[in-house]
Design a binder for this molecule. Structure first.
Ligand code: NAD
Length: 356
C-alpha cells in the first residue's frame, strides 16, 4: 500500500529541490501518496498565517511529513514556521546523521556520527525578559547581587521528563542501527542544576541499555575532540542550544549544508527536512545541491520501514558523489567549475545510479 505522506515544498530553493527529490524517491519503487501542503510567506499573504491549520491537520493525520526550507523574514510579524511546527507537533528529537561520503572534500578520512538534539526546551523555550522590564528586575533581585542591574534575561529550563524521552530516543536509535556508544554532551561543571540534571537523567536511562557504552563529555571538550578526531564519537545526545551549534559544526565536517539531512521526530509525527535554509538568492536557478533533501527522504524511508529502498538510495547518492562528475557547484574544488551540473541533473544521475 502507498505511504501517505505530507509534502511541504517550502519557499526559496525549496520547490525546485522538492521537485527533483520527489522524482528520486519515487524511482526507488516505493509507492507514495503525497498530500501536498503549503506553508510560508506566500501562504501568509493569502491566508493570514504562514502555517495554516490544514498543514498541521495533514501532518497529524498522516504521521509523516517531508519539508523543504521555509524563510523566516527578519522583523516580520510571524515567528519561524519551522519552530512552530516542531512546537505544535511536539517533535522533541532532532536527528542529524553526519556521514562523510567518499568524494566529498573534507579534512577527514572518515566521519560517521549522529546528533540527537533536544528540540523543545533549554534556552529555546522562548522565555526571555528584556532589559529594564519588571520581570527582568524581579529575577535580578532574586540573583542577590550575582546579576548586573539592567541585564536582559533568558531562562534555561531543562526537565527530567523531556530529557528522559530524548535520551531514550538516542539509545533506541543506537540499538536499532547497531551503534555502540551514546555520549551526553553538556556543561554540568558550570550549570550544575540544568546540565547536571541532563547528565543525571541520561545516565539513568543508560542503565536500561547495558549493551551500549555511555559517557559524558563537556561541550567545549567535545568541540575540540570533534575537530581533532571525529572518530571518537558515535551517537551524541545534547540539550537544544549545544545541539544546534554542534549540528552545524558536524555538517561542516562532512561537506557542508548541501549534504546534511535531518529529521524532527515526536511520539505521533515525524517531519523530515534538510539542515539548510531557503537560500533565497539561489531560488529558481536550478543550481543548489539536492543531496540534503534527498538524504532526508532516505531517513524517511527508514522511518517508514522501507529499509532496502533506503539502502539502495544511499548507495546511489554515494556512487554519484564518489564519481564526482554529476554534482552541483558546492561539491567542486572550485565553486566556479563550469562542469558542475544543476539540481535536476544531479537528481537524474542518482536515479540512473539506482538502476545499476
Ligand atoms: P541557508 O542555509 O538558506 O543558506 C546559507 C548558504 O548555504 C547559501 O547561501 C548557500 O551558499 C549554502 N546552501 C544552503 N543550501 C544549499 C544547498 N542545498 N546547496 C548548496 N548550497 C547551499 O541559510 P540562511 O541564508 O541563513 O537562511 C535563509 C533563510 O532560510 C532564512 O530565512 C532562515 O530563517 C531560513 N532557514 C530555514 C530553515 C528551515 O526551513 N528548516 C533552516 C535554516 C534557515
Amino acid at each position: 500500500m502507498a505511504h501517505r505522506v505530507t509534502m511541504i515544498p517550502g519557499d526559496g530553493i525549496g520547490p525546485e529541490l522538492m521537485a527533483s527529490a520527489r522524482r528520486v524517491w519515487e524511482a526507488t519503487g516505493v509507492a507514495f501518496d503525497w498530500d501536498v501542503q503549503h506553508a510560508g510567506a506566500d501562504v501568509a499573504e493569502k491566508e493570514g498565517t504562514p502555517l495554516p491549520q490544514a498543514v498541521l491537520d495533514s501532518i497529524r493525520a498522516n504521521g509523516t511529513a517531508i519539508k523543504g526550507p521555509i524563510t523566516t523574514p527578519i522583523g516580520a510579524g510571524f515567528r519561524s514556521v519551522n519552530v512552530a511546527l516542531r512546537k505544535e507537533l511536539d517533535l522533541y528529537a532532532c536527528l542529524r546523521p553526519c556521514r562523510l561520503y567518499e568524494g566529498v572534500r573534507s579534512r577527514y578520512d572518515s566521519v560517521d556520527l549522529v546528533i540527537v538534539r533536544e528540540n523543545t526546551e533549554d534556552l529555546y523555550a522562548g522565555v526571555e525578559f528584556d532589559a529594564g522590564t519588571d520581570e527582568a528586575g524581579r529575577i535580578i533581585a532574586m540573583g542577590e547581587g550575582r546579576i548586573e542591574p539592567g541585564a536582559a534575561i533568558s531562562v534555561k529550563p531543562i526537565s527530567a521528563r523531556r530529557t528522559e524521552r530524548v535520551a531514550r530516543f538516542a539509545f533506541d536509535y543506537a540499538r536499532k542501527y547497531g551503534r555502540r556508544r551514546v555520549s551526553a554532551i553538556a556543561k554540568a561543571n558550570i550549570m550544575k542544576f540544568t546540565d547536571g540534571l541532563f547528565y543525571r537523567v541520561c545516565g539513568e536511562v543508560a542503565r536500561d541499555y547495558p549493551d551500549i557504552h555511555y559517557n559524558e563529555v563537556l561541550v567545549d571538550a567535545a568541540c575540540m575532540q570533534l575537530v581533532q578526531n571525529p572518530d571518537r564519537f558515535d551517537v551524541m545526545v545534547l540539550p537544544n542550544l549545544y545541539g544546534d551549534i554542534l549540528s552545524d559544526l558536524c555538517a561542516g565536517l562532512v561537506g557542508g549544508l548541501g549534504v546534511a539531512p535531518g529529521a524532527n521526530i515526536g511520539a505521533r509525527a515525524a517531519l523530515f527536512e534538510p539542515t539548510h535554509g531557503s537560500a533565497p538568492r539561489y531560488a529558481g536557478m536550478n543550481k543548489v545541491n539536492p543531496t540534503a533533501l534527498i538524504l532526508s527522504g532516505m531517513l524517511m524511508l527508514r522511518h517508514l520501514g522501507e529499509l532496502e529502498a533506503a539502502d539502495r538510495l544511499e548507495r546511489a547518492v554515494a556512487a554519484v558523489i564518489r564519481a564526482g562528475d554529476n554534482v552541483t557547484y558546492d561539491m567542486k574544488a572550485d565553486r566556479n567549475d563550469c562542469t558542475a551540473v544543476g539540481t535536476s541533473q544531479m537528481a537524474d544521475a542518482i536515479i540512473a545510479a539506482m538502476g545499476t
